[in-house]
Structures are given as structure tokens and as C-alpha cells.
Design a protein around this ligand. Structure first.
Ligand code: HEC
Ligand code: HEC
Length: 435
């Protein structure tokens, strides 16, 4: 009774647009509860999804926050010139929405940063086969706690969508052997990730850099012989990235009850997102990432000139490249939608360069990649007949309504080595103002 009364009062005083939007969203939410769209504050660790075996603690998060940016770990570079010049954040740049700020991320074997990652280029003393770059655009770290199986193909993680795919673990991609550990996507993947990205993990190195105390605080309950290894490193990195919540985005503030947090145009755009645009059929949940795999027929990174990739790159097959199931061919993970505007390279192949362009692609509903057979295309990808105004509104909702203006809170003041970060090569040092 009390609830009804409050709802009544609210509806009389509130902007009718707020009321319709809330009603529309409530119809789509589990148990009609709008809280299902909200992300917790980053310090509210108990409400953030944790991985199996990796309860979130402030000590782990604090350690991961350093390691993610620590360029001094980059000892396993291919050439001496690349040593200690890169980090996780070379490809996941906070100011670029934890994406690379470029069409492709390159860590070892590249130099330069520019303003936002856009000026990073292969070094002349490396060749294409030596650089650390993948055949798909890096995914964002925002809201990654809601990612059940990580990577565009969902290759990592023992649970959720990967139940039933055990037969291909370690087969289609040797790195996925790690799924037999039973770990969740992030924790499993980041064990492999430290190897793939040429980061050294050893007790002596951590001692030299001064990290032993932080590992002791974070993993006090682990046996000493495991405490400074790759698994501990992965767990700390995973704990940190799980806290990267877009809590300060206008849409999130609006969900918490501040009707003024979104402009009228953002609210109209949100209406399109949750109704006529049909976006929510795939982009669901607090991070709007959905945890399904869908083919929308976009081009691959080789089509836009990506390095170290080509037409035969397994990544072009999406989830099918991992599971080998015909129905998964060309299906890619539905990505989260926060803080997209600062890295204007959209889709796994970086084939679109403005959010408006992406909206128009979904509105047209025509696949651009001729290699993707029509029968693989998701039934939810079809012409939408949105008006120009609806497309403008939707673009505004995604560009600014889903934009957290303060990701800097997730970046450490400095790392223990004192090195420049996210990159530490001489060109980046100048770009980043490190000397
Ligand atoms: C050379 C660039 C590069 C570096 C360095 C890098 N990543 Fe990535 N990251 C990528 C790319 C590319 C993808 C997507 C690859 C794919 O799906 O095939 C990705 C995906 C991810 C994902 C999956 C997110 C999701 O939504 O599924 C996580 C988590 C991640 N990276 C964490 C890290 C961590 C932690 C580090 C440091 C150990 C790191 N990355 C270093 C390029 C990089
Ligand atoms: C059929 C499911 C589906 C529907 C419906 C859908 N999306 Fe997506 N969306 C995806 C998938 C899958 C990707 C990634 C595709 C890829 O890169 O191969 C994506 C990517 C995006 C991206 C780029 C994100 C990035 O990191 O590059 C944006 C922006 C986006 N969608 C917005 C929308 C909007 C707006 C709508 C509604 C008009 C919408 N989507 C409807 C599945 C969907």
C-alpha cells in the first residue's frame, strides 16, 4: 500500500518522460526491479560480482590497480628495446574508456601514445610477427565484472556459456586449457594474459620493485610458494578490473533517482534504446553487455589494415572459432556500452568511427561483411525504421548518458617502480610528459 502511494505521488510530480521510461524499463527488468540496471559504487565490494575463489578485498584491488599500469613488469619483451615499455594499460587506456584509443592495441613492439593512445605505432626494429597485437580490437574493462565468459569469443571461464564446451578446451586454442582449473573468465584469462603480454612474474622482480608487502597483504592466506606467482597476479588484476564501474554516468545517477541527471534528449534516447531500437534485446544487464554472442555481420580487423592478422585469423570466426559449432560461427560477444566516445573505433574490427554511424548501421540492418553468411545473422539484426530524431536521441544517450566523466579515479598516482605509464618508451615518455 505504502509503495503504491509513493509511486502515485512521484508520477504526479515527475516529468512524464521519466515515468514512461521507468515503466518501459520495469517491464524488461527481472522482477520489474530497476535495481537490476544499476551498477554498485566501486568501493562497495560486497555488491560487485566476484570470481570463483577470488573474493574481493581492498588489498587485492589496490595491488591490481598498480600491476595493471606497471610498465616495469614488461621484461619478457621480444627485443631489448621493448623491455619495460608497456603494460596492460597500453591497450586498455583509461582515458579512452579502457580501450586503446586506436583501431588496434599494440603493447610490446610499439612506441608512442599521442593524447589518448591514437599515436602508438610499431617500432622500426620490430616486425609484424614480433609485436604483441591481436586480430580484434581490445575490449573495454568497464563493467567487466558482469562479463561471464571473457574475450570476443567467450573463450575463457569454466561456467555459464562455456558449460558443454569442455571438449574444445585446450584444443581449438591451447590457452583455453586453463578453463579446466574451474576458474571464471577473468581470473582464468589473466593467468594466460600475463604470459601473452610478456609480463614477468617472479619473486625477485617483485622484490626489486617493492611489491612484496602488497602481495603479502592481498594473499596472506595463500601458501608462500604460490603467493608471488601468475595466479596471484591474475587474481589481483581481476579484482581491480571488477571494480571499474561506470557509477558516475548520468544514466546511472538517473537510475538512483536523480531525475535531472539525464537531459530530455538522453531520456528520449533511452526510450528508443529500450523500445523501438530493440537494443536491449542484446545489450542487457547493468553493463548493457548481455552475455550472449550474436552475429551482426561487421568487418574484421584485417579489413581495416590491422597488423599481425589476416583473412585466416581464427578471431574472424567469433565464438565459432572457439567452440567449432556451426551455430556460433561469426557470433561475437555483445560488448558493454559505457564510455565509448573517447576511442572512436567501434566493433571487433574497428570498422566504424562514430556512435552515430553505429546507430545508423543497426537502423539499416544490412550486414557489411560479405564473408558472413546471411543464415548466421542474428534474427534481432534487421532494419528498424527509426526516424532521424530517434537516431539523434539514441546517439546522445549512448555518447553522453552512458559516459562516466571521472574514470581518473581508477588510475594510480604512480606505480612502485616510478616508471612512466601506460607506456614507458622514449616517445611515449615525451607524449605523456614523464620527463
Ligand atoms: C596488446 C594489447 C593488449 C594488452 C597489452 C592487454 N590486452 Fe586485454 N585485450 C586485448 C584484446 C585485443 C582483447 C580482445 C581479444 C579477443 O577477444 O580476442 C582483450 C580483452 C581483454 C579482456 C576481456 C574483456 C571482455 O569483455 O571479455 C580482459 C579482462 C583483458 N583484456 C584484460 C587485460 C589485462 C588484465 C591485461 C594485462 C595483463 C591486458 N588485458 C593486456 C588487448 C590487450
Ligand atoms: C543482435 C543483437 C544486438 C542488437 C539488437 C544490438 N546490438 Fe549493439 N552490438 C551487438 C554485438 C554482437 C556487437 C559487437 C559486434 C562485433 O563487433 O562483431 C555490438 C556492438 C555495439 C556497439 C559498439 C561497441 C564497441 O565496443 O565497439 C554499439 C555502440 C552498439 N552495439 C549499440 C547498439 C545500439 C544503439 C543498438 C540498438 C539500435 C544495438 N546496439 C542493438 C549486438 C546487438
Amino acid at each position: 500500500m505504502f509503495v503504491l502511494l509513493v509511486a502515485c505521488v512521484n508520477e504526479q510530480t515527475a516529468d512524464p518522460l521519466d515515468v514512461t521510461l521507468r515503466r518501459t524499463m520495469a517491464r524488461l527488468a527481472p522482477e520489474q526491479d530497476l535495481a537490476n540496471f544499476q551498477v554498485p559504487h566501486h568501493a562497495n565490494l560486497k555488491d560487485i560480482p566476484a570470481g570463483i575463489g577470488n573474493p574481493l578485498t581492498p588489498e587485492k584491488v589496490e595491488l591490481g590497480k598498480m600491476l595493471f599500469f606497471e610498465t616495469a613488469l614488461g621484461i619478457d619483451a621480444v627485443n631489448p628495446s621493448g623491455m619495460q615499455t608497456f603494460s596492460c594499460s597500453s591497450c586498455h587506456v583509461p582515458a579512452a574508456g579502457f580501450m586503446p584509443g586506436a583501431s588496434q592495441g599494440i603493447a610490446d613492439g610499439a612506441e608512442g601514445f599521442g593524447l589518448n593512445g591514437e599515436a602508438r605505432r610499431m617500432r622500426t626494429d620490430y616486425n609484424e610477427n614480433q609485436i604483441d597485437a591481436q586480430g580484434a580490437r581490445p575490449l573495454s574493462m568497464i563493467g567487466v565484472a558482469y562479463v561471464q565468459n571473457s574475450m570476443w569469443a567467450g573463450r575463457f571461464g569454466a561456467r555459464f556459456n562455456n558449460v558443454g564446451t569442455e571438449a574444445v578446451w585446450g584444443v581449438s586454442d591451447p590457452a583455453t586449457e586453463i578453463n579446466f582449473s574451474g576458474l571464471d573468465g577473468l581470473e582464468a584469462q589473466n593467468i594466460e594474459g600475463t604470459i601473452a603480454h610478456r609480463l614477468r612474474v617472479s619473486e625477485t622482480l617483485l622484490d626489486d620493485l617493492g611489491y612484496r608487502e602488497m602481495f603479502d597483504a592481498a594473499f596472506y592466506d595463500w601458501p608462500v610458494n604460490a603467493r608471488y606467482g601468475r595466479e596471484a597476479m591474475s587474481f589481483a588484476l581481476s579484482a581491480y578490473i571488477r571494480t571499474l564501474m561506470p557509477y558516475e554516468a548520468p544514466y546511472q545517477a538517473w537510475l538512483r533517482g536523480n531525475d535531472d541527471a539525464m537531459t530530455e534528449q538522453m531520456k528520449r534516447g533511452a526510450m528508443v534504446f529500450f523500445s523501438d531500437g530493440g537494443c536491449y534485446r542484446c545489450h542487457s544487464g547493468p553493463a548493457l553487455n548481455g552475455n550472449t554472442f550474436q552475429a551482426v555481420g561487421v568487418n574484421d580487423l584485417c579489413d581495416v589494415g590491422g597488423l599481425a592478422t589476416g583473412l585466416n585469423d581464427e578471431r574472424n570466426l567469433g565464438r565459432g572459432g572457439f567452440t567449432r559449432r556451426p551455430e556460433d560461427m561469426y557470433a561475437f560477444k555483445v560488448p558493454q556500452l559505457y564510455n565509448l566516445k573517447d576511442s572512436p573505433f567501434y566493433f571487433h574490427g574497428s570498422s566504424h568511427h562514430s556512435i552515430r554511424d553505429v546507430v545508423e548501421y543497426f537502423n539499416a540492418g544490412t550486414p557489411e561483411n560479405p564473408r558472413v553468411p546471411q543464415e548466421r545473422i542474428s534474427p534481432f539484426f534487421h532494419p528498424l525504421s527509426l526516424t532521424e530524431r530517434q537516431m539523434d536521441d539514441l546517439t546522445e544517450f549512448i555518447t553522453h548518458g552512458l559516459f562516466d566523466p571521472n574514470l581518473q579515479r581508477y588510475v594510480p598516482e604512480s606505480v612502485l617502480s616510478g616508471n612512466c605509464f601506460p607506456n614507458n618508451d622514449p616517445v611515449s615518455q615525451v607524449d605523456l610528459g614523464c620527463n
